[in-house]
Design a protein around this ligand. Structure first.
Ligand code: ATP
Length: 215
């Protein structure tokens, strides 16, 4: 059974750093699908600049033309903080025997020990860590230890078990962030070539990031 990719994020807004990373991981790991899971109330940060339904609309617009990209709005329908572990528990209950790969960038991986019930994540899914410019892999500490213990050499290891391995995967380095995009949009500049045109058009028409500041 091909693994399921789960790609969570605030996506405030979604950009080519997210999309290209998800696409390359889908191809290199031969994932059957990648589910984009926008967070409603991300526990590790302030409120997103843009409201949840608009962020969802942007993710839908960004992913609509790519086979295998699906949008899962369960964290927006749930009340309370958007805990990834809860999402993985639900998905695991829906598909008990399918390998699940939680896709994260290196910056997110480095913050993993602050996540709610973080040690349970690897009971529920594999972890695939994409390189991200400016974020070197951990050289020591609990995450380096975890990598030594659970690290997988290649994607094949993600198919033989349903959960529990960590694969660090190079992707084309794209130094794009939602933070930089929000600043760019707030100053009235054009985000062209940083995010898909349908997203750019919605952002333009709705002015959802105009005069934005962190909420
Ligand atoms: P912000 O600047 O608001 O923190 P962001 O650009 O980091 O946002 P998120 O929605 O927080 O985007 O990220 C969702 C996931 O995508 C995280 O796992 C993050 O590491 C990963 N990611 C985001 N941008 C990139 C990128 N340019 N390259 C690789 N991974 C990325």
């Amino acid at each position: 059974m091909s693994p399921l990719g789960v790609f969570g994020g605030t996506f405030d807004p979604i950009h080519f750093g997210h999309l290209r990373t998800a696409f390359e991981l889908m191809q290199s790991l031969e994932l059957g699908e990648v589910r984009f899971v926008p967070a409603g109330d991300p526990p590790h940060r302030g409120m997103p600049a843009c409201d949840p339904m608009r962020r969802l609309e942007l993710v839908r617009a960004a992913t609509a033309d790519q086979a295998g990209f699906l949008v899962d709005d369960r964290e927006l329908r749930r009340s309370g903080p958007s805990y990834t572990v809860t999402t993985l528990e639900e998905l695991r209950a829906e598909m008990p025997a399918r390998p699940i790969c939680l896709l994260v960038g290196m910056d997110a991986f480095l913050g993993l020990p602050t996540w709610h019930r973080w040690r349970d994540l690897l009971e529920l899914s594999h972890l695939v860590v994409a390189h991200r410019p400016g974020w070197p892999a951990p050289a020591g500490g609990v995450l380096a230890g975890l990598l030594a213990e659970r690290g997988a050499d290649d994607a094949a290891a993600l198919r033989t078990e349903c959960a529990g391995r960590i694969l660090v995967q190079p992707v084309t380095p794209l130094e794009i962030s939602s933070t930089a995009l929000r600043e760019l949009l707030a100053s009235g500049r054009d985000p062209r070539y940083l995010l898909p045109d349908p997203v750019r058009e919605i952002v333009r028409v709705t002015a959802c990031y105009a005069r934005t500041t962190e909420r």
